[in-house]
Design a protein around this ligand. Structure first.
Ligand SMILES: Cc1ncc(C[n+]2csc(CCOP(=O)(O)OP(=O)(O)O)c2C)c(N)n1
Length: 514
């Protein structure tokens, strides 16, 4: 067995079942090993941003890591933006990055680069295998590192000769580390604050936003009068009819400050003190009212749900009745297409147990409210702000959950970063419906231009925020990659196409004319 095979066998034995790939010459032995070893599904992405974004989507839905296979520093670099988003979401991922053979590096061949420097900014763990006999052990360490709560990116760099030389065999992977419980004092402090009756916000993140965590937080809120919210962007939130709904802190700074102004205390459950996405002249960076106190119930790597159980017990809140959302989808909207109408129709037509990937930017600002009482679903967001997220993310989520419909709500500008994901969806017959909101602009940046106080803006500046001349044709783009697609120009057309799309096996796309 060579080093590459020892690694693939170690990954499979360690529960890694999917490898998202975009290989090159230095990874050929790994590719050959993937072919020889049973138990690993290999999914080709036609750009590394698709590969890494899909690995993130897979991790969020499978709650375990996939591997990626990337070609040296440039391949890893191409995938960096979605690795940044994954890191922000604490998604576990194992990157396998090929390198030149150890003895070849000193000759400075064209693809030589400082891979470790590229990897370091997004990796919680990183190692370059020194020789073939170390590769399996290094792979096992990478799996353990990726699984370290709350989840992180582990990058293993594999010089070509470590892949092709003789290895000893596979390495055993340590069983998954459990998140540690929170400290007694943290629970006692949160309980004291919640008993005080002062205005308190319980701010949830990570696993606390799954059904169980929300239910517990809802009981605590019912008992104490506190409010429950999620951060502006969340890795994955379980919501819809029958579940306790958590609103999110709004993105616009003034709105966020307005909503948060009366809270004197924050109980942070895996969350950070709320911060503005960007700085703006004359606006605050921190969104909480001055003097508000932050109480950390649980840090991101601690057991968030257990912390809420413990806190609920401490407060005698287990028997309280949480305020769950009713199952009452809105009615589809008719007539002219507006962002409000789209929110209502999407809310009406989300199928049971769907996975929504939200990168709808300005079009989607109002989608959260009308989907509150929709059929139960997961809501996934971009926590790293690096766009080109939704199409790859949807690809990985659909591989993790083949029995569920994935719906990517996508801005046209964002879609163009990683539009190749559609080809992977077609090749793998994934149940993904992509809805592209074709406003033919980087609309959010037009608001931002005003928000940052830029003055006397002329044609040259506005052209950089405009996607016209020529207009993009997403129907043709999708069909060229094997994905059936339609353009809609009224809400009646949208409702009919969307209902049909989410009920039809395989990928499809709807371009919404705005
Ligand atoms: C990798 C990356 N490049 C650039 C940006 C800056 N940026 C933020 S939003 C945006 C435009 C989004 O346009 P679109 O998806 O069409 O949504 P809209 O604003 O029109 O609603 C850009 C370019 C970014 N966030 N990430």
């Amino acid at each position: 067995m060579n080093g590459a095979e020892s690694l693939v066998r170690t990954l499979v034995a360690g529960g890694v079942e999917v490898c998202f790939t975009n290989p090159g010459t230095s990874e050929m032995h790994f590719v050959a090993a993937l072919d020889r070893v049973e138990g690993m599904r290999c999914v080709l992405g036609l750009f590394e941003g698709v590969v890494t974004g899909a690995a993130d989507g897979y991790a969020r839905m499978a709650d375990k890591p996939a591997a990626t296979l990337l070609h040296l520093g440039p391949g890893l670099g191409n995938g960096l933006a979605n690795l940044h988003n994954a890191q922000r979401a604490a998604s576990p991922i194992i990157n396998i990055v090929g390198d030149h053979a150890t003895y070849h590096r000193k000759h400075d061949a064209p693809l030589t680069s400082d891979i470790e420097t590229v990897a370091r900014s997004v990796s919680g763990w990183m190692r370059t295998s020194p020789d073939a006999r170390s590769v399996a052990e290094d792979g096992a360490a990478a799996i353990a590192a990726a699984r370290t709560p709350p989840g992180q990116i582990a990058t293993l760099i594999l010089p070509a000769d470590t892949a092709w030389k003789e290895a000893d065999g596979i390495a055993a992977v340590a069983s998954g580390a459990q998140p540690p419980p929170v400290a007694t004092e943290a629970v006692a402090e949160a309980a004291r604050v919640l008993r005080s009756g002062e205005p308190t916000l319980i701010l949830l993140a990570g696993r606390a936003l799954r059904e169980r965590g929300l239910d517990l937080a809802g009981r605590i809120a019912a008992k104490t009068g506190a409010k429950v919210m999620g951060q502006t962007f969340n890795a994955r939130m379980e919501r819809g009819g029958g579940r306790v709904a958590a609103e999110r802190i709004p993105y616009p700074v003034d709105q966020a400050v307005g909503i948060l102004k009366d809270f004197r205390h924050y109980v942070l459950v895996g969350a950070k003190p709320p911060v503005a996405f960007f700085a703006y002249p004359d606006k605050p960076s921190l969104l909480a009212a001055e003097g508000a106190a932050m109480h950390v119930l649980a840090r991101p790597g601690e057991d968030l749900v257990h912390a809420l159980e413990w806190l609920a017990d401490e407060l005698g809140a287990r028997q309280a009745t949480p305020a769950a959302a009713a199952l009452a989808p809105p009615t589809p909207a008719l007539g002219r297409i507006t962002t409000e109408a789209l929110g209502h129709s999407i809310g009406a037509l989300i199928p049971d147990n769907a996975i929504i990937i939200d990168e709808a930017i300005t079009t989607g600002r109002g989608f959260f409210a009308p989907t509150r009482t929709s059929r139960p679903h997961d809501w996934i967001q971009n926590m790293g702000g690096s766009i080109g997220f939704a199409l790859p993310q949807a690809t990985g989520a659909a591989i993790a959950c083949p029995d569920r419909r994935v719906i990517a709500l996508e801005g046209d500008g964002s879609a163009m970063y990683t539009v190749q994901a559609l080809w992977t969806q077609a090749r793998e017959s994934l149940n993904v419906t992509t809805v592209v909101f074709a406003n033919r602009a980087y609309a959010v940046l037009r608001y931002e231009l005003a928000n940052v106080g830029a003055q006397n803006v002329g044609r040259k500046a506005l052209d950089m925020l405009d996607l016209g001349r020529p207009d993009l044709d997403f129907v043709m783009l999708a069909r060229a990659m094997g994905v059936p697609a339609h353009r809609v120009e009224s809400m009646e057309e949208f409702n009919a196409r969307f209902a049909d799309a989410v009920a039809t096996a395989g990928p499809n796309l709807i371009e919404v004319a705005l």
